[in-house]
Design a protein around this ligand. Structure first.
Ligand SMILES: *Cc1c(COP(=O)(O)O)cnc(C)c1O
Length: 538
């Protein structure tokens, strides 16, 4: 069976054979591409009993198939798959860049285990380098900071909470989690926080939601009030998630403000300050502008683009106040899944949860080997740091700046095209320049300002939401043409009759390197046509 493995001696014939199989895949994919649609070519009906039939019919073949034939089946999977053309405008699902793909391939070629540098020295080396690079970017001291690659922004939110619990009660790793620990996150925070409180054993009731401002950032007065309320009731706030780039609207929490308030409240009570995790999964890469000279503007970015990026950059400077944070390379870092980096300001935090030598009989704690990640939740780890390193080396700070600036410029163009032409449609995250435009349609006589001001009843908002949900369906059915996103909780708003309810919005999420400002008109026209069909339905 060794013909199914790469050569052991580096001979040319085997290399040519491997390249041929790769070529078959690449060519097969290229043949499916259509730059004017979102879906790859090929018919595939995934509706009806599609998955049920698959489950019925699938068995391991008795004899393996030749790789040429397996490749044909792999390519079959790709038919009608979404692809990141200029009309791919949904959520933060990036195209994997070539350096990202090559980095992941490099990791796979030696298949080192990032658990221990004896098994995965390449991954360890890349991980240390990437953590150092990103530490310097956000203003952490690279001699004190630490980090590791993990399973998503979700994994980072979880890892931060795990550390927070251990810091507040070092006995918790032995005896379990105290029943009075609390976590605070804004209403606009990612649901990662909800899963983390459940999975760490705190329970979902221990997640306290702080109100979001109209710009989707955390309301700091409410944070202070809720911290005090938790403590007055005998609770211990151990963890605050400050979202720096909300998933739906790119609202950015004031991390320094969160830090100041948490410090002040803790000081007044004579307790430890809660661990602050900056959930920078979405927005963190805007820190690439932390050192950008906005006056000299060396990249020659347009004035309105600079104006949009500057306030984002100013907020990203706050990341340095976080005890931990995340860089989701699989989002704006342009690398394939799963490539997420969890970082801590102070690497000694890891000692709270590290395993002792007697717990790890098979690995680490030898005279040989210097890098053993006994503090991660995973045991074996993929060396995704190699893909991160590859992307960082290939893009460089300027490459990321240019790409993000392009996304922002396209987003601004789409905003202005929408404002000009679609009556009844309002942009509901106008205060958050960035790469997302969230919009909501209103029936005659209703508008966003009144909605925010609490002038509508819950029933009225329900009706507006229903109208927007119909629009989601219209967009969703045609996502092979233009693929937009949507959310059922853009914001929570107060109603006239005393409720606090979510409002729905559709989203344009600029994430493809192929979308250009010139495409904005066509995209806006498409949106206008679909909105018109929803009005006609009424
Ligand atoms: C995407 C996202 C997450 C989850 O990240 P994954 O990489 O999908 O696990 C968490 N927080 C925020 C703010 C996000 O945007």
């Amino acid at each position: 069976m060794k013909s199914l493995f790469p050569s052991v001696d580096g001979n040319e014939r085997d290399r040519a054979q491997l390249l041929q199989w790769m070529e078959q895949l690449l060519r097969g994919l290229d043949e499916l591409k259509d730059p004017d649609r979102v879906f790859l070519k090929g018919n595939k009906d995934r509706s009806g009993h599609f998955y049920q039939t698959l489950a019925e019919d699938s068995v391991i073949p008795q004899q393996g198939a030749p790789l040429e034939d397996v490749n044909v089946q792999l390519l079959e999977l790709l038919k009608s798959h979404p692809y990141h053309t200029k009309y791919f405008l949904t959520n933060i699902l990036p195209m994997a860049s070539i350096p990202g793909i090559l980095g992941l391939l490099t990791a796979a070629l030696v298949n080192g285990n990032n658990l221990w540098d004896v098994y995965g020295p390449a991954g360890a080396e890349a991980e240390v380098r990437v953590v150092s690079m990103m530490s310097k970017l956000v203003g952490y001291d690279h001699r004190k900071s630490g980090g590791y690659t993990t399973w998503g922004g979700q994994g980072a939110v979880f890892s931060g909470l795990r550390l927070a619990i251990a810091k507040f009660d070092p006995d918790a790793i032995q005896r379990g989690v105290p029943g009075n620990f609390y976590v605070l996150a804004s209403e606009s925070a990612h649901y990662s926080a909800l899963k983390a409180v459940e999975a760490t054993g705190l329970g979902r009731d221990k997640l306290i939601r702080v109100r979001s401002n109209p710009d989707n950032s955390m309301n700091l007065m409410d944070l202070e009030e809720k911290l005090e309320r938790v403590m007055a009731g005998g609770g211990v706030p151990v963890y605050i998630v400050a979202t720096t780039g909300t998933t739906d609207a790119m609202g950015i929490d004031n991390v320094k403000g969160v830090y100041d308030i948490a410090s002040a409240v803790a000081e007044r009570a004579g307790t430890r300050r809660p661990h602050i995790h900056a959930d920078s999964a979405l927005g963190g890469f805007f820190a690439m502008f932390n050192q950008y000279d906005f006056e000299r503007n060396p990249l020659g970015l347009k004035e309105h683009v600079l104006d949009a990026i500057r306030p984002i950059r100013d907020k990203m400077l706050g990341l340095a106040y976080a005890d931990s944070l995340c860089f989701d390379f699989q989002k704006l870092g342009q690398t394939p899944y799963v490539t997420s980096l969890f970082m801590v300001k102070d690497a000694s935090d890891f000692t709270w949860v590290d395993l002792a030598p007697e717990h790890t009989p098979y690995v680490g704690h030898r005279g040989y080997g210097d890098y053993h990640t006994g503090y991660t939740l995973e045991c074996s780890r993929m060396s995704s740091s190699i893909a991160m390193l590859s992307a960082l080396l290939a893009f460089g700070v300027e490459g990321y700046q240019r790409l993000l600036a392009q996304f922002v410029e396209v987003n601004l163009a789409i905003r202005s095209a929408l404002r000009d032409r679609v009556p009844g449609l309002e942009i509901v995250n106008a205060d958050n320049p960035g790469i997302i435009t969230a919009f909501r349609v209103y029936p005659d006589g209703k508008n966003y300002a009144d909605e925010l001001a609490g002038k509508y009843t819950a029933a009225e908002i329900q009706e507006i939401n229903s109208m927007n949900e119909r629009l989601f369906e219209v967009f969703g059915r045609q996502r092979d043409r233009i693929f937009l996103g949507d959310t059922k909780q853009h914001l929570m708003v107060d109603t006239k009759d005393g409720y606090r309810v979510p409002i729905y919005a559709s989203k344009v999420f600029v994430i493809s390197p192929y979308t250009q400002p010139e495409d904005a008109e066509y995209i806006a026209q498409y949106i206008q046509d679909q909105v018109a069909s929803v009005y006609a339905y009424r």
